[in-house]
Design a binder for this molecule. Structure first.
Ligand SMILES: [Zn+2]
Ligand SMILES: [Zn+2]
Length: 169
């Protein structure tokens, strides 16, 4: 039994798992192909469960690869220079995103904003340009679009530009 570890997994670990599974799927597919073309009908019938196993491995690979990408996004979003908001936004239009499984798009007609992951439910990760402080004094770094949205929606909040703060030391 491997030692339980408290350190968080890295995207590279997941990518390695996906690569292993892909190699295994290739070998399994090769066995399925050999069974399928065997002269013995009894062997040919065995190709079906092996083909199914190949398919299951491909799904595993896809799932693990997708998780590796999402993990990388979450880690990037922890960068202190990035927006703190735990959900996504259209950088041009704000809270206009719609999301389906593994994709998201901006609902403003003519906007080219479209993403091949569920951006709406992923930490923002846009460059932070302002600090927004609400009525109770809670502050967060935000990108331009999130700061604009907060300014529109939160009564009594203040938005101060990060450049301005830096200039004042
Ligand atoms: Zn948009
Ligand atoms: Zn943001």
């Amino acid at each position: 039994m491997p030692e339980p570890t408290t350190s968080e997994p890295l995207p590279a670990e997941l990518r390695a798992l996906a690569a292993d599974a892909e190699a295994l799927a290739n070998r399994t597919a090769e066995v399925a192909a050999r069974l399928k073309t065997a002269p013995d009908g009894n062997l040919q019938r065995l190709a079906r469960p092996i083909a199914k196993a190949t398919h299951d491995l491909s799904e595993y690979t896809e799932e693990v690869s997708r998780t590796a990408e999402n993990l990388a996004r979450v880690r990037v979003a922890r960068d202190p220079g990035l927006c703190d908001v735990p959900w996504g936004i259209c950088p041009a239009h704000g809270v206009t995103l719609r999301a389906g499984e593994d994709r998201a798009w901006c609902s403003v007609p003519g906007c080219a904003g479209e993403w091949d992951y569920d951006r709406l439910h992923t930490p923002c990760g846009e460059r932070a340009v302002a600090v927004v402080t609400d009525e109770d004094g809670a502050a967060g770094k935000m990108c331009a679009a999130h700061a604009r949205d907060a300014g529109d929606r939160l009564a009594g909040c203040t938005v101060s530009s990060l450049d301005h703060r830096a200039a004042n030391g």
